[in-house]
Design a protein. Structure first.
Length: 272
């Protein structure tokens, strides 16, 4: 599951409109979702770029005849999104009022993402290949919604801006050539940027499992999702320290540790 951060970075860097500061974007919730983030650009700027990218993606998929062709699956993801959206208030008071949108692309890709501002896309492959139940699909969608709530794309772009600025200034001050600066870029991408992405994924798991539980979906299904993902990825995984995502095993362990915190939320919702 990947948020489409990469397709937004170029447009944001090219615009040059930045705002400095460190702040937290979410409240803690039961699982803990509060920390300071480096945020150098505005949410409005990123949301606008995301909306344009999402509209383009939908138009391309529609032209290929693969957008929302599975009406039953579209109904499933829409119903789940509608149940989870009110729960976003736990982490952000403004979030239920966002212009949330969810669509389905008919594709074998095992993928789903949520762009800044609440633009969700689910690929049929992740549902069909993993044979996701309603509870499991709710966790997947909650996980992707969490990326938008936490503004991970905004943070990633800000980190890229800061890193590129620092590398360029350092090379100039030290009298290094372009080759040295390029090598520094490679090192940043391999060992620093990936760490941020793994942290993002862990946070999205934590927030996603609480969203699902508060929406009345069994949080233990989150563990099943990554067990299925692990089975599907057998023999194709890369070492976690060089990966942009935590290993499936580490994710299942972390989610299992959260179950005592979120299961009471699920049970309380079910009793209502």
């Amino acid at each position: 599951m990947y948020c489409r951060r990469a397709i937004l970075v170029g447009a944001i860097l090219a615009s040059g409109a930045m705002l400095g500061g460190c702040e937290t974007t979410t409240q803690a919730g039961a699982v803990g979702g509060e920390r300071k983030q480096l945020l150098l650009i505005s949410s409005e700027q990123l949301n606008q770029a995301a909306a344009q990218s999402y509209a383009k993606l939908k138009a391309e998929a529609a032209a290929k005849g693969i957008l929302n062709t599975d009406r039953a699956l579209l109904a499933r993801v829409t119903a789940i999104t509608n149940r989870l959206t009110p729960q976003t208030r736990t982490f952000r008071e403004d979030a239920p009022g966002w212009n949330w949108e969810v669509n389905v692309i008919n594709s074998p890709q095992v993928n789903a993402f949520c762009m800044p501002g609440g633009k969700i896309m689910v690929y049929s492959g992740i549902v069909n290949k993993l044979n996701l139940s309603e509870d499991e699909l709710a966790f997947v969608i909650g996980h992707e919604m969490a990326h938008a709530l936490r503004e991970h794309s905004r943070e990633q772009v800000s980190q890229a801006v800061a890193a590129q600025t620092a590398i360029g200034l350092g090379a100039a001050l030290l009298g290094l050539g372009q080759g040295a600066a390029s090598l520094a870029n490679v090192g940043y991408e391999a060992f620093v940027a990936t760490r941020f992405s793994r942290s993002d994924e862990t946070e999205a798991d934590r927030i996603g499992i609480e969203l699902a539980a508060r929406g009345g979906y069994n949080p233990s299904a989150s563990v099943a999702v990554w067990q299925k993902m692990a089975a599907a990825n057998t023999g194709s995984g890369s070492p976690e320290f060089l990966s942009t995502h935590p290993t499936d095993a580490s994710r299942t362990q972390a989610l299992q540790a959260l179950l005592p915190k979120v299961t009471p939320l699920y049970e309380a919702t079910r009793r209502k």
